[in-house]
Design a protein around this ligand. Structure first.
Ligand code: HH2
Length: 269
């Protein structure tokens, strides 16, 4: 199980907005996450939280590319870019990113699929209902797990049809993206094996999300959701996800080490 550490270079991300938007602060944060044991860094320059301001292509490139280049200059850690814009992904890959994490599953722009195929990088296809700005307006599903799985399978087919190699594709159920806090996120977290069974590595992003607060009194700010974030990461580990996307790398790495050691001791005994 790999740990992807979040590096947001945004003034308005829901959990750490504004803390790391200065270039030096973002680089220092990236260094910290590497020391803490991150296997991958996910660099994002546009917040996806409901109501966040849209960022222009040039501004987003100016936020993420210097940071990616600076990390690449001093570390071999794999770098992912969290963007829905093909031009940003292209610039990020040129600067040293090897993965395109797209919360729209390569559907935001008409040329997203072709761009991913041409770049030849890994791609994360995430499920979302609607658009970031509107996605939490009364999302409805008949069977959330079946619908998310069918969507992800279809997007993987579309990516492969456009020329993305099968071995480059990751899937992500998109916890908190167009999902009711408990009615939809919890069944998905309880049935991650069904997403894993699609045959692609699965990325799980549950860190600091609102459903954790909803299950813990309803009023916990993002930096007080560590226990719930770790509980969700361990549910992912038990279901066989390939990586978790987290803000608190050190604590998550420790939890996964202990969980893995216990699981292995159980098998050995
Ligand atoms: N969650 C967020 C952003 N990007 N990408 C994937 N693949 N999966 C996720 O669950 C996911 C994601 C939201 O978290 P964060 O980056 O902390 O907030 P913001 O989007 O406000 O920057």
């Amino acid at each position: 199980m790999r740990v992807m550490g979040v590096v947001n270079v945004t003034p308005d991300s829901f959990s750490d907005g504004g803390r790391f938007d200065a270039p030096e602060a973002a680089l220092a944060h990236a260094r910290r996450l590497i020391v803490d044991g991150a296997d991958i860094l996910d660099v994002g320059g546009e917040s996806t939280r409901p109501g966040a301001q849209a960022v222009g292509e040039a501004d987003e490139i100016a936020r993420v590319v210097p940071l990616i280049a600076a990390i690449r200059a001093e570390s071999a850690v794999p770098i992912s870019v969290d963007t829905m814009k093909p031009a940003v992904a292209r610039a990020a890959v040129q600067a040293g990113a090897t993965m395109w994490n797209d919360v729209t599953a390569l559907s935001h722009a008409p040329d997203s699929l072709a761009c991913a195929a041409a770049l030849g990088c890994e791609v994360v296809l995430m499920h979302m209902r609607g658009e970031p700005r509107t996605m939490q307006a009364a999302p409805r599903y008949q069977d959330v797990v079946a619908e998310v799985a069918a969507f992800l399978a279809a997007r993987a087919e579309a990516a492969m049809a456009a020329g993305v190699a099968r071995g480059k594709i990751w899937l992500d159920p998109g916890i908190g993206f167009g999902k009711h806090m408990t009615d939809h996120n919890l069944p998905l977290l309880a049935s991650l094996e069904r997403i894993v069974a699609l045959g692609f590595p699965v990325l799980l992003g549950a860190s600091r999300k609102t459903f954790i607060s909803a299950l813990d009194g309803g009023n916990r700010p993002a930096d007080q959701r560590l226990g719930g974030s770790i509980a969700a990461a361990l549910a992912g580990a038990a279901a066989g996800v390939a990586a978790v996307r987290v803000h608190d790398v050190r604590e998550t790495v420790q939890a996964l080490r202990v969980w893995t050691a216990i699981a292995q001791a159980g098998k050995a005994g």
